[in-house]
Design a protein around this ligand. Structure first.
Ligand code: UDP
Length: 354
């Protein structure tokens, strides 16, 4: 029996971990200890995912959120170290690119506990993004690097990983596993929605924490909502705060953050996805929808090459033009860009080996 301690803390990590935890349990060879850092703590950003996706309750629940990146990551590092000393796992498993990812990986590496990283090798090549720093450093101290795409493997090869004593494996994307596994559970959010809507999400710091970018995106969403199609926006708590702080007025169909089952219903029923999220770009594709991405770079470059996704930055006119070009356009995955839903199984197989 292998003892794996999983560190999670943010919404996308709950969704990714749900399928791997489930598969780990089915394997009968892994004892999983779950540590939740508390980075996301509102019940509609955290608890709802544990309930809907049947993720086991965390064995260790920390309460670390807010403050600067340094404060948050530092507190996590100290508390995760204590948990590792107590539980003595054979390996630590981390997901994605948040402060919880980096703190979990660093605490483990300093105690010489091997680290497995799910979503290894992704790069935006923009070091201004906190996520880019977290993922580069986490990859550097991991010995099992689970890459979702060939691009991610190439990125690691370009950084010299091919010559190191580590395993770089292309396993596919766990988010496709989740989308396939839970598709039949999709259900409409309560409260009624307009017909023919565009689904938008907005929460990247590079947009919310930059007043000019935020104002341009809000202006574009308002105009799209008035002139082209209703925009449904499950609003991230931080974005709500920043919009209020900047005194901006967002005139779209705003709703509170929704659970995963409601989110996949929205993805399935919308006419277009307009987002700055990493995960939602791929989910648009899984549900056959074109995506317009309000960022200057994406880690998911294969979607751009495939013609499923268009980058428009935070430029009001480009966002509107991209929306007009792509609304109602369906896309079809003809070449299995993300592994077809086998990622969790491949990850668990490798975790059982060592
Ligand atoms: N999501 C959700 N409810 C929402 C908004 C997003 O369940 O109201 C899901 C979404 O479907 C995806 C994940 O949260 O699976 C993406 O998280 P987010 O956009 O916060 O993070 P990123 O992927 O950019 O790291």
């Amino acid at each position: 029996m292998k003892k794996i301690l999983t560190v999670i803390g943010a919404r996308p990590q709950f969704i990714k971990a749900s399928v791997v935890s489930r598969m780990a349990k089915l394997s009968g060879s892994i004892e999983e200890v779950i540590l939740h850092t508390g980075q996301h703590f509102d019940s509609n950003m955290s608890e709802i995912f544990f309930n809907q996706l049947s993720i086991p309750r965390p064995d260790i629940q920390l309460d670390i959120h807010g403050g600067s990146h340094g404060q948050m990551t530092g507190r996590m590092l100290a508390e995760i170290e204590q948990a590792l000393l107590k539980h003595k796992p054979d390996r630590v498993l981390v997901y994605g690119d948040t402060n919880s990812t980096l703190a979990g990986a660093l605490a483990a590496a300093k105690l010489h506990i091997p680290v497995a990283h799910v979503e290894a090798g992704l790069r935006s090549f923009n070091m201004q993004m906190p996520e880019e720093i977290n993922r580069i450093l986490t990859d550097q101290i991991s010995d099992l690097l689970f890459c979702p795409t060939n691009t991610a493997v190439n990125n690691l090869n370009n950084e010299g990983f091919a010559h190191r004593q580590v395993h770089v494996l292309q396993v596919g994307d766990v988010m496709q596993d989740s989308a396939l596994l839970f598709a039949k559970k999709a259900r409409a959010p309560t409260g009624g929605l307009p017909e023919g809507f565009i689904l938008a999400t907005l929460h990247r710091a590079e947009n919310t924490d930059n007043p000019e970018r935020l104002a341009a995106i809000v202006a574009a969403l308002n105009e799209i909502n008035t002139s082209f199609a209703p925009v449904v926006l499950p609003l991230h708590p931080r974005t709500r705060q920043m919009i209020a702080l900047q005194g901006l007025e967002l005139r779209v169909h705003m709703i509170s953050p929704v659970g995963y089952f409601e989110m996949i219903w929205l993805l399935d029923h919308c006419e277009l996805v307009l987002t700055d999220s990493g995960g939602v770009q791929k989910e648009a594709f899984f549900f056959g929808k074109a995506c317009v991405t309000m960022r200057d770079q994406t880690e998911w470059v294969e979607l751009i090459d495939f013609g499923a996704n268009e980058l428009v930055g935070a430029d009001k006119n480009k966002i509107i033009d991209g929306t007009i070009r792509n609304i109602g356009r369906n896309v079809k995955d003809t070449i299995q860009l993300y592994g077809g839903g086998m990622a969790a199984e491949r990850i668990v197989k490798q975790l059982c080996k060592g």
